[in-house]
Design a binder for this molecule. Structure first.
Ligand code: UDP
Length: 452
């Protein structure tokens, strides 16, 4: 197929990095298949994100409050109403702008957390794709089943869903005081039937059983992992930048990692969102768990979390530890010094670690991370989940023990075997003719008119 001969795709991610990255990556795949692509950000995000991609353009729409992050000044329901109104209007104007420039939009791909977007392409007769950027098929099916029970859901434990193992209370998404977020997540399914395609960021082989069970009620197409091919097989040389990641000075962490021996570093990174950050006690236990493990550690601690670190911790551990506020996770995970990731089990981090064959110490904080942790340990067998005490805290000894379990001994050998298997299957899924590649080609065929 000739490059840039097939028209332009407009992609609307939910405005946060964990959604923007996989959406951008899907766009790049479509660019490699001959399309042009534009990522649409809110004005606030566009102003604050310094990253860019040579392969996709960036445009903005309004969420009705362009000075602050969506949800920053209003409740979730009010923000959704505001974004729906202003976003729909400005998205339609953007599509008109491209039309008048002789560069028409052929398809709109939108994040499942922004279900209102579908009305815009529908009205204009454009093809639409809903993309579950941040969700495993397992979680998709769990939430979907719950959504179907609304408005009066009755959940009995253990929960039995076709294609899934029995799920107990500790495996089920929690939202604590953030119940509005649950409504946001549950509403994702409201437009699945309206969109022409429904994509999910996973690969068929990883979730075959649940995908088969799901196919009886809802057709999802796997298109993941949405990881630059550079990290999987070096296939496309300029496919290295992940999404719109901030360009960073790599000298500190890269030199540090390169000075460590193979498998000697624990990479620790918990959520990128403030409200899911560990509390002071948990940060302390984590700090001393990392220190006590006797491994080197590279720990991502956000600027707003620094004050939760124990006093003098950075100085005390400077021989073994490096604390950074951000680092390009894919590059870190693909560095041979990294022996395991200690993760909050956000879906992107989970699928990134699985696809790059890195064992996981699962420390889920909230939402779908709990179900991901269950699968990491019991189904995919690529890691272990830390156990918490009655106050929900994972203690330092437990953290140390889990790090040792995934890096050393019999269980680590088994985990490494599973990691190697999934790594190969992830690569195959996105390679030419693989399951995810074929699904993307179905969209390509529809857009180029060879599929009705
Ligand atoms: N990430 C990164 N560097 C960091 C922290 C996070 O590149 O220092 C990326 C990570 O690779 C992933 C995303 O940010 O793609 C986080 O998404 P995830 O779904 O794992 O978690 P969230 O923070 O959205 O809950």
């Amino acid at each position: 197929m000739d490059k840039e001969m097939n028209g332009r795709i407009l992609a609307v991610p939910f405005p946060s990095p964990g959604h923007i990255n996989p959406m951008t990556q899907l766009c790049k795949r479509l660019v490699f298949k001959g399309f042009k692509a534009t990522i649409v950000l809110t004005k606030f995000i566009a102003k604050n994100i310094k990253g860019k991609s040579d392969l996709v353009q960036i445009e903005t729409i309004s969420d009705g409050d362009d000075e602050f992050h969506i949800f920053a000044r209003q409740s979730v329901p009010d923000s959704v109403v505001r974004f729906t109104k202003h976003g729909s209007e400005s998205l339609a104007q953007l599509i008109e702008k491209y039309e008048s420039l002789g560069d028409p939009i052929v398809c709109v791909i939108y994040d499942s957390l922004l279900p209102w977007v579908v009305e815009v392409p529908k009205k204009l007769g454009l093809i639409s794709v809903v993309f579950f950027t941040q969700q495993s098929a397992v979680n998709f099916f769990g939430y979907y089943s719950y959504h179907k029970l609304l408005p009066n859901p009755v959940v009995q434990f253990p929960v039995s869903i076709p294609g899934l193992p029995l799920l107990y209370l500790q495996d089920i998404p929690t939202y604590g005081i953030y119940q509005d977020h649950h409504t946001l997540v549950a509403n994702q399914f409201s437009t699945v039937d309206k969109a022409d395609f429904a994509f999910v960021n996973t690969f068929y082989e990883l979730e075959e059983e649940v995908l088969e069970a799901m196919s009886k009620v809802c057709q999802m197409m796997t298109v993941g992992p949405t990881i630059p091919s550079f990290y999987l097989d070096n296939r496309i040389e300029n496919d290295k930048a992940y999404g719109l990641s901030l360009p960073q000075d790599a000298s500190t962490w890269l030199n540090w990692l390169n000075s460590k021996s193979a498998g000697s570093v624990v990479y620790a990174s918990l959520s990128s969102v403030g409200y899911a950050s560990p509390n002071v006690k948990q940060m302390e236990e984590l700090a001393y768990g990392l220190k006590g493990s006797n491994y080197n550690f590279l720990w991502v601690v956000k600027s707003f979390e620094m004050e939760k670190l124990p006093e003098n911790f950075i100085e005390e551990t400077s021989d073994k530890g490096l604390i950074v506020q951000w680092c390009p996770q894919l590059e870190v995970l693909s560095n041979k010094a990294v022996g395991c990731i200690l993760s909050h089990c956000g879906w992107n981090s989970t699928i990134e670690a699985i696809s790059l064959g890195v064992p996981i110490v699962a420390m889920p904080m909230w939402a779908d991370q709990l179900t991901n942790a269950k699968f990491i340990q019991d189904v995919w067998k690529v890691g272990v989940r830390v156990k918490c005490d009655e106050n929900g805290i994972a203690g330092r000894e437990e953290i140390e023990a889990c790090i040792r379990e995934v890096t050393n001994g019999e269980r680590a050998t088994e985990i490494n075997k599973s990691c190697a298997k999934w790594k190969t299957l992830a690569k195959e899924a996105v390679s030419e003719g693989g399951t995810s590649d074929r699904n993307i080609n179905e969209l390509v065929s529809k857009l180029t008119g060879s599929l009705d």
